[in-house]
Design a protein around this ligand. Structure first.
Ligand SMILES: C[S@@+](CC[C@H](N)C(=O)[O-])C[C@H]1O[C@@H](n2cnc3c(N)ncnc32)[C@H](O)[C@@H]1O
Length: 402
């Protein structure tokens, strides 16, 4: 193979837009680099005098060895030097500069460099798949239409380049409306969706193909569980496999954790067990969130409603909730998630909840959690349910619902 005329600043594999089956050897590339020939015994000393790091290889996943053998002469070594390295080196005037051909292979390139080479030039650099989400041993991608002919190649490259990943899937556009998990297709690796995620030192076992889990919500789970004081009674209406419920129970809140999806419930029970959470602090339910609230007799300090697509439709459960109580109960504080219009996320979230409650709420906070689509913010509205709502006549609830 002849050394390609590759400008080091532009170091990348040659384009292979016709590749449909991964041929790793097609990414071999011989390049000419600057090197200096030095006595083997002075090698360490001279290395220390050179510019730190070798920026020409910074984009590579595996950098070539900077010290190379010198032809057949074991008394000499070649050191690869940066294009900006000034010569001679003080005190070592005898050192001469050479060029050296070195071979870069599939192993050297990063996943995004390989994927860029595979995709046709018509696909813009901004559309090159460089990021993906990881859940346990599973990488999941959100590929676009333009990637479709290359999807299995992309999957294989991601599998090859990330030793901890054993399964690569592509998220399909269909999402289970109620249980909120998405359909997926296997791109590379094992067809095994049973995995374990770690969040804030808790283990979450799950079957990722049958229930909802989002690793991007880790910060939000922590934010909310830090806000709720130890000893509080918390109803987690849509708890999934427990990413709010478990940290809260760990800090000795009394948590009532509920999810309608039987698979989420199964793993919730398992996660309580594997994390050694005492049953004194957590009770698990597999029912409609509305039933959990309606049948709950004791004090409720906090209600978590993380079902952003439709949580606001459940807030009418608070209308008249305490109206049959003989003793007065403290109004609960609600964390209600919402998918809001990007133009006015705060107003949009408050209006959706207020309309359903039949009463204008004044939230303590409307937190912008994350942008989930080009026009959507996921918000978290923290508000205290007004007493006028909680003690409204049950009759008025029926009228509102009809
Ligand atoms: C967006 S996920 C949130 C899960 C969890 N709180 C988290 O942060 O990962 C919403 C959950 O609500 C559950 N769900 C949907 N409708 C429900 C209902 N009517 N009652 C109870 N759970 C429901 C789904 O199965 C899903 O696990």
């Amino acid at each position: 193979m002849v050394a390609e005329e590759v400008k080091i600043v532009d170091l990348k594999p040659l384009p292979c837009p016709d590749m449909r089956v991964l041929d790793r050897q097609k990414f071999d590339l011989i390049i000419s680099v600057r090197a200096i020939e030095v006595p083997a015994k002075k090698c360490t000393e001279i290395m220390q005098l050179l510019h730190k790091g070798n920026s020409q290889f910074s984009q590579l996943q595996h950098k070539p060895r900077l010290v190379q053998p010198c032809d057949d002469d074991s008394s000499q070594k070649l050191i690869l030097i940066d294009k900006n390295q000034s010569l001679p080196i003080a005190g070592h005037d005898y050192i001469c500069e050479r060029t050296l051909d070195i071979k870069l292979t599939y192993r050297n390139w990063s996943a995004s460099q390989i994927i860029r080479a595979i995709l046709p030039p018509s696909i813009d650099d901004t559309e090159v798949v460089s990021g993906f989400e990881i859940v346990g041993h599973i990488a999941h991608l959100n590929l676009k239409e333009c990637h479709a002919p290359y999807k299995f190649l992309i999957g294989q490259v991601i599998l090859d380049k990330n030793p901890s990943i054993k399964t690569v899937v592509n998220k399909l556009n269909t999402i289970h409306a109620e249980y909120r998990y998405f359909d997926m297709e296997l791109l590379a690796g094992e067809e095994n969706f049973i995995t374990t995620a770690i969040e804030h030192k808790l283990k979450f076992n799950m079957d990722f193909s049958k229930l909802y889990w989002n690793s991007r919500l880790g910060t939000e789970h922590k934010r909310v569980s830090d806000l709720i004081p130890t000893g509080s009674t918390v109803l987690d209406m849509f708890c999934g496999i427990g990413p709010f419920a478990l940290p809260l129970a760990r800090k000795r809140c009394h948590v009532h954790a509920n999810d309608l999806n039987p698979e989420s419930y199964k793993y919730l029970l398992e996660n309580v067990k594997i994390n050694k959470i005492s049953s004194e602090f957590i009770t698990c339910y597999n029912q409609d969130g509305r039933e959990l609230i309606e049948n709950f007799a004791g004090p409720i300090d906090y209600v978590l409603m993380n079902l952003p697509a439709s949580a606001y439709e459940f807030v009418d459960v608070f209308i008249g909730l305490f109206s049959r109580d003989t003793e007065k109960r403290k109004p609960p504080v609600v964390f209600c998630y919402h998918f809001a219009d990007i133009e006015a996320p705060v107003e949009n979230s408050i209006t959706a909840i207020s309309e359903k409650l039949g009463c204008s709420i004044s939230p303590d906070e409307v937190h912008l959690v994350r942008k989930t689509a080009p026009k959507t913010w996921m918000t978290c509205v923290k508000f205290t349910v007004p007493e006028s709502v909680l003690y409204a006549e049950s009759q008025s609830k029926k009228i509102k619902l009809s």
